[in-house]
Design a protein around this ligand. Structure first.
Ligand code: ATP
Ligand code: MG
Length: 350
């Protein structure tokens, strides 16, 4: 008996190019349905082409509707147009401290002598290098940054720039420190969710890249489109396409049918946006896992005792907040003798 008999080298795969269904895959060429948004972003950057200062911009909208993709496309187009503007793309969920962002800027500038240099020293070098050109900074997941101190520095010390910040949180702009807001004075651009026929067209293009022709039954495709529209998130459509193809393959079907999509839909509960946790967030998740039903204060005590570094409660609460936003934990209010507190419940695997 072979456990892998359906996957023998000779059996033909349903996929032509599975990567095309990966959420991080960037389709080639122009992207559909975001022409106006792309133009808006480009207009904020245009003054830099005339060696004037650009406009800053906050982009907001719900998950999975092409905000990151649109910015990456603008970056691509700008790099094709000129080499007098440096474009930096940084995801602030992954690089969430000033030091990590500075190191990332060094990396993107191809500056390798970072060893034994302090963050301040590196930042000074980075600023000097960036000022030889004009610069566009794209800070994705900007609301996840631990501190926006670096933004002050960039607004003050970089002469010609456009700072683009991407967030899901419509109200983030109101939460910004007024001093920073008045320095950045950003325009704002809302991305709206795609309409059904737009979703259909986007997913069909991916289907063409990912599969051989007519591999997916029309009814099955319609079901995927409906589910994606309901979720207003293209990633859901990509997940369902890939998952139902796996299910079809493992039942030795040459076509993706409605029943395969139905099964894939039942797995949607497990689907979540790929999340990058930093070390502290991972540690907190581990503690929450091992200590169910504890309050935020109790978790904080364990977290603080876990290593020698002095952890601030403010940072801890911000991390808890991030984990809640990412749907990894839930905070349940409890009324005790000492007043109100919150129990931390783990929601899913991480
Ligand atoms: N117009 C489009 N054409 C082709 N693919 C698209 C389009 N819009 C979005 N996508 C695809 O949908 C997926 C999600 O898009 P993207 O990562 O840009 O979402 P986002 O708005 O940045 O979401 P989040 O706020 O969760 O980060 C990606 O795989 C992207 O390639
Ligand atoms: Mg994004």
């Amino acid at each position: 008996m072979s456990l892998f008999k359906n996957y023998s080298k000779d059996s033909e795969s349903i996929f032509k190019n599975e990567i095309a269904l990966d959420p991080s895959f960037t389709p080639r060429g122009k992207i559909e349905f975001r022409e106006n948004e792309n133009q808006y972003i480009a207009d904020c950057i245009k003054p830099l082409l005339h060696r004037r200062n650009g406009k800053n911009l906050i982009i907001f909208g719900p998950p999975g509707i092409g905000k990151t993709l649109a910015c990456k496309k603008v970056k691509e187009a700008l790099e094709e147009e000129t080499n007098e503007i440096s474009v930096f793309y940084i995801n602030l969920w992954k690089k969430n401290t000033q030091h990590k962002i500075t190191l990332e800027l060094c990396e993107q500038l191809d500056y390798k002598f970072t060893h034994n240099k302090s963050s301040e020293e590196l930042l000074r070098i980075v600023k000097q290098k960036i000022n030889q050109n004009s610069a566009v900074f794209i800070f994705d997941e900007a609301d996840k940054a631990e501190s926006l101190e670096l933004l002050y520095q960039l607004t003050e010390d970089i002469y010609r720039k456009t700072i683009i910040m991407i967030t899901n949180d419509k109200n983030w702009i109101y939460k910004l420190d007024p001093r920073l807001k008045s320095r950045i004075m950003p325009d704002s651009l809302e991305f709206r969710p795609y309409k059904k026929d737009e979703i259909k067209s986007i997913l069909k293009s991916r289907v063409q890249l990912a599969f051989n022709q007519s591999i997916i039954e029309q009814k099955a495709m319609e079901l995927i489109i409906d589910k994606t529209e309901e979720a207003t998130d293209i990633r859901i459509g990509l997940f369902l396409l890939r998952e139902s193809a796996f299910i079809a393959e493992s039942s030795s079907s040459k076509q993706i049918k409605n029943e395969h999509v139905e099964k894939a839909i039942s797995k949607l509960a497990d689907f979540k946006k790929p999340i990058e946790l930093d070390k502290d967030e991972e540690k907190i998740m581990e503690i929450v896992d091992k200590n169910p039903n504890k309050t935020t204060n109790e978790i904080f005590m364990i977290y603080q005792n876990a290593d020698e570094q002095n952890k601030s409660q403010r940072t801890f609460l911000r991390k808890i907040n991030n984990l809640e936003k990412a749907n990894l934990i839930k905070l349940e209010e409890v009324q005790g003798i000492q007043g109100r507190s919150y129990k931390v419940k783990k929601l899913s695997e991480f």
